[in-house]
Design a protein around this ligand. Structure first.
Ligand SMILES: *Cc1c(COP(=O)(O)O)cnc(C)c1O
Ligand code: SF4
Length: 317
């Protein structure tokens, strides 16, 4: 009853216990395995290619070197304005509140981000806030990470209050996978922490329809009921959702949960993630097949993140 991915979880856990900081052959020790039990429970233990497990369980394929896949695929390091502050696109800046995430997604483009250089809080937090206050061109702040919703409610409330005090800011955005992977985190204290003069949008991250568990749907509903519009970004991933039926079910399921599909991302070419890439031609075929069968409301923009551009770039044929 033991599938290969269950073995891989055991292996990664053992490697981490044995040598928590040492570089090792095992992919799981460079970017350790992490997933809440609730999320793993959505995986089918009888399916060796399970799409939930594939997103989070370290794979030996991560050690394959693929040309074009490197440590900073989207060129974020060139746009650092202060510790934890990345200002890459006009009008909006991204604030890295923490390096921690509730789940470690194996395809994450930040898996090699030098978070140790980005210590936040204290003086570093002050520097980022001062940089935002000094730049009236910034209208929108994206709270990101890591995953901002792993911070405790009082810390979040503190950031929101300081940001709301910067007069030229007009809105906040929160990018988080927590509503999907740890839905019980979305409670009254969290909702209260985000109440401010700033209209606040949540952008969640679901890749497969099975992630829309009753708990996750309820968490998204609580955000919407509290007055926060919720959008989704998904990543097109080989072996997870590279199938028009799966994506159509995901996007329609999100709408049913009152979540608007916003972006479908072409994979960022980060080292260790090449086995998730869907080649460009096939990717466009999939997206067009989905368009032919879902509500227009359900259709996200299919984009890629290219270094040196002023926005995400639409992927076209
Ligand atoms: C994606 C991204 C944003 C937000 O871009 P939108 O197209 O407005 O969603 C902002 N800053 C950075 C660094 C990003 O990567
Ligand atoms: S939750 Fe987001 S930032 Fe964290 S590992 Fe997953 S994709 Fe990366």
């Amino acid at each position: 009853m033991s599938t290969p991915w269950k073995e891989a979880i055991r292996g990664a856990t053992r490697a981490r216990r044995a040598a928590p900081h040492a570089p090792s052959e095992a992919a799981g020790s460079r970017f350790p395995f992490r997933a809440p039990a609730e999320f793993l429970a959505l995986a089918d233990p009888a399916d060796p290619a399970d799409p939930i497990a594939r997103q989070v369980v370290p794979s030996p394929e991560e050690d394959d070197d693929a040309p074009g896949f490197d440590g900073d695929p989207v060129g974020d390091r060139a746009h650092r304005r202060a510790p934890g502050l990345i200002h890459k696109y006009p009008g909006r800046a991204l604030l890295v509140l923490t390096s921690a995430c509730a789940v470690h997604c194996r395809y994450c483009f930040r898996r090699e981000f030098p978070y140790a250089d980005e210590e936040r809080g204290g003086r570093a937090g002050e520097a980022a806030l001062a940089a935002l206050a000094a730049d009236p061109s910034v209208r929108e702040v994206v709270l990101s990470g890591g995953d901002p919703l792993v911070l405790p409610d009082p810390a979040l409330a503190g950031w929101v209050e300081r940001l709301a005090g910067i007069p030229h800011l007009r809105r906040l955005r929160v990018h988080s996978r927590v509503p999907g992977v740890l839905p019980q985190r979305i409670g009254d204290g969290l909702l209260a922490a985000f109440r401010s003069r700033l209209p606040t949008w949540f952008v969640v991250h679901f890749n497969h329809p099975r992630e829309l568990s009753p708990g996750a749907v309820k968490a998204c509903g609580s955000l919407v009921d509290a007055g926060f519009p919720v959008l989704n970004q998904a990543v097109l991933l080989r072996g997870v959702n590279d199938d028009p039926d799966v994506l159509a079910e995901l996007f329609e399921g999100l709408l049913d949960a009152r979540v608007k599909p916003y972006y479908l991302h072409q994979l960022d070419r980060v080292r260790g993630a090449a086995h998730f890439e869907v080649p460009g031609g096939r990717a466009l075929e999939i997206v067009e097949a989905v368009r032919g069968r879902v509500s227009g409301l359900a259709m996200p923009a299919f984009v890629r993140d290219e270094a040196g551009r002023a926005s995400k770039t639409p992927v076209r044929g």
